[in-house]
Design a protein around this ligand. Sequence first.
Ligand code: NAP
Length: 247
Amino acid sequence: MHKTMLVTGGGRGIGAAVAKAAARQGYAVCVNYLRNGQAAEALVDEIARAGGRAVAVQADVSRQDAAERLFRAVDETLGPLDVLVNNAGMLDSCRVEDMDEERLERIFRANVYSMFLCARQAVRRMSTRFGGRGGAIVNLSSVASRLGGLAGGSHYAATKGAIDSFTLALAKEVGAEGIRVNAVRPGLIQTDIHDVHGGQAAMETLARTTPLQRSGAPQEVAEAVLWLASPAASYVHGTVVDVAGGR
Ligand code: NAP
């Protein structure tokens, strides 16, 4: 019996590394994406060529109806869900005096609402309270929740602080119902998310100031996510794991 994993925002970056590693471990994987269908479909093809099973599903997970449709697609194509990786998110750069409610709503929807809306669907399926067989949820936070983020990143940092708190609260709520809930807090990881504040070069310069003096690869985050989702982490619950080179 294979296990099933849904990775939100799984077509690129950290999500893609998680999807690939999960497929290698035998999970059937749903790769969710927002706009970049080409990247998601290419990843699904790559997984299939390596003998794995994956499907790509477009859905804006910051919207309740779309999140619901995404989970129904997982039910229909892959079967009962075992692991939700709440990975989809965005970065933005703006000083507080220039921030309007539209900007705030966009980032809180993308980074925070998405986690609640997808957890809502996952709990309805995995909780023993609703006849489910249990499972695991792993949320992607950021060290920005502890450090305040980069210049112009107060709203991003605040969304990630919300994710840390949500992780602890949800763990309390559903732990007795067979669902383990944890989060990973990456540091500076080599993905396109850094395009909004100077790109890879600027990110690498910053990364040299970390104790390990380098940025991280998406695969290094994926390792932690896969471990938290696995039976090897069976007594790890309500925890936030830093993958940040010592930051
Ligand atoms: P990325 O390369 O920019 O990829 C973001 C992914 O999220 C894309 O696949 C994108 O879909 C998807 N996405 C965004 N909004 C979405 C929505 N509303 N619905 C569905 N999918 C959506 O980012 P990343 O660096 O891999 O980041 C992944 C997660 O790790 C994020 O939560 C981020 O905050 C967190 N993180 C990253 C770093 C880092 O240094 N990279 C550090 C700390 C935390 P499309 O492909 O369709 O655009």
